[in-house]
Design a protein around this ligand. Sequence first.
Ligand SMILES: Cc1ncc(COP(=O)(O)O)c(C=O)c1O
Length: 342
Amino acid sequence: MSRTWDLRSDTATTPTADMLSAMVSARVGDDVLGEDPTVNELEQTVARLCGHESALFCVSSTMANQLAIRTHLCNPPESLLCHWDSHIFKYESGGASLHSQAQMIPIKPSQLNLTVDDIRSHFIQGTLLGHRAPTHLVALENTLSGVIMPIDDIREISEFTRNMDALVHMDGSRLWNAAADEKELREYAGLVDSLSLCLSKGMGCPVGALLVGSQQFIDKARHFRKAFGGGWRQAGILAAAGLYAIKYVWPTMPATHMQAKRLAQGLESLGYALALPVHTNMIMLDNTKSGVSTEELSQALKPKGVILGAVYEGSYLRIVLHHQIDDECIDAILATANVLAK
Ligand SMILES: Cc1ncc(COP(=O)(O)O)c(C=O)c1O
């Protein structure tokens, strides 16, 4: 069978034989009763890595984010501020209004990422005689489209938000990519009240995400998770994949990021325009500014077993790398792009 490489998303991984064997040999119990030893180990490991008191293993990052919003916002009507292009705003089925009766206020940043000035100028204080929904939560995303949010911006936003008696949640689905090691992960996590971390993206697991925060916050989120139908039983087989990924897949990310940079530089030199800088595993090609058609590139790569996504929102082609993309694939893309450029 000929090989294929799927670069539409870092969710397009398949569990490796070693990951599967860790899953098969996991010790399990009933997690609804708190008795699954492998889930408990994963939750404790991730809480410790983040320097927070507790963590909750969830089916998805969407669930982890929505539980965070529901748990933080308990006095509707309230508002939350977020990046206009964030997953929470665009791709979680309007969950904040559905589950938490919250108004989402999307902000188009004045520069590459949100800064404290963006947050300050959109922050709603008080109700204005009952007309407005006060801001009680700021939701950041890191990485967002592969771009790492500078730690100083997070720190400033966090200080401002906490001074305003509001809270900060980070959708850190791809924080593994932003943080090169445990020290950096703890540094990011220490600046927010809660964060979600995904296991089924670059970490290569089939299912799962973690919500992290204080013990009180996680206890309440666990209660909501049950109400959302997210209580699960012998989930240790999935948690084992997470523990495996932290040990063996997370350390492979720097190599993936190097591959992404090599591919991006190669494509740029052939006339493709980058819509965003390549910090981690994602390349966003700007179709409107590229000298060469990204659609043509997608079509030409198909017979070679390389799957690229459709053009995103009319202008962008998103190429996402992960630990199962190898140099052979990068070479194939560059060789095809080279032929098309001639
Ligand atoms: C930044 C970000 N947050 C959250 C999610 C939701 O993840 P899940 O598919 O696990 O619900 C995604 C999914 O792509 C994402 O990219």
